[in-house]
Design a protein around this ligand. Structure first.
Ligand code: FES
Ligand code: FES
Length: 216
């Protein structure tokens, strides 16, 4: 992909928003570029440059990626340091994936990458290019919840619900690899997902129910 082709909106998905360069600048305001300079995100040596130059510097620091999320392609300009979690939530508006520790400890940010559960907070968005990314939104079957989501509802496997999307994605990943997991295998699969409400017994039951639902 040519960076020039998608230069219209850093962090914006052009497939979704269809923004032009002028549209982007109108949306965020030229002042936002100045704000980035002012906030030190552009090095001191680059301060006091004309706004058009500052914008160019910002764009030059970005890379073009094509992310496949929930079967939809998103052509984007992103910063190489952005995590997949950041891009999903802040730029693709897929807020079902939750922010917890942001250091690989809680599992709230779990998504599937090529059907394998991964922490989106520890995955750079650029690493995920060319791979199939699935978020909790991608498990929906139209307007209806998918089998694992249904099983969580039936088994009352949530209290505050903050960990739930991550738990569901870990179980979805397990069931894609192993359609009839044992209780021990279920426990292992969600061992990287912390639930501060302590709903673990219900989560294991939900995973068993989801396995049956998927086979029915
Ligand atoms: S937010 Fe990613 S593991 Fe906690
Ligand atoms: S249901 Fe509250 S953190 Fe798990």
């Amino acid at each position: 992909m040519n960076k020039k082709d998608i230069i219209d909106g850093p962090g914006q998905c052009l497939c979704k928003h269809g923004l032009t360069r002028r549209g982007f600048l109108t949306t965020v305001g030229v002042g936002a570029v100045s704000a980035i300079v002012a906030s030190g995100k552009i090095s001191a040596a680059e301060e006091n440059v004309p706004e058009a130059t500052a914008e160019k510097v910002m764009v030059e620091k970005m890379v073009a990626v094509n992310l496949l999320v929930n079967d939809q392609h998103h052509r984007m300009l992103i910063e190489p340091r952005w995590s997949l979690l950041h891009v999903l939530r802040e730029h693709l508006e897929l807020t079902g994936t939750k922010v917890g520790c942001e250091r690989g400890e809680c599992g709230a940010c779990t998504v599937l990458i090529d059907d394998v559960p991964r922490y989106a907070c520890l995955t750079l968005a650029v690493e995920a290019e060319g791979k199939k990314i699935t978020t909790i939104e991608g498990l929906m079957q139209g307007e209806d919840p998918g089998p694992v989501q249904q099983a969580f509802i039936k088994e009352d496997a949530m209290q505050c619900g903050y960990c739930t999307p991550g738990q569901i994605m870990s179980i979805e990943g397990l069931l894609r690899a192993n359609s009839q997991p044992s209780t021990e295998e279920i426990r292992m699969a969600v061992s990287g997902n912390i639930c501060r409400c302590g709903t673990y017994a219900h989560i294991v039951k939900a995973a068993s129910r989801a396995a049956s639902l998927k086979q029915s």
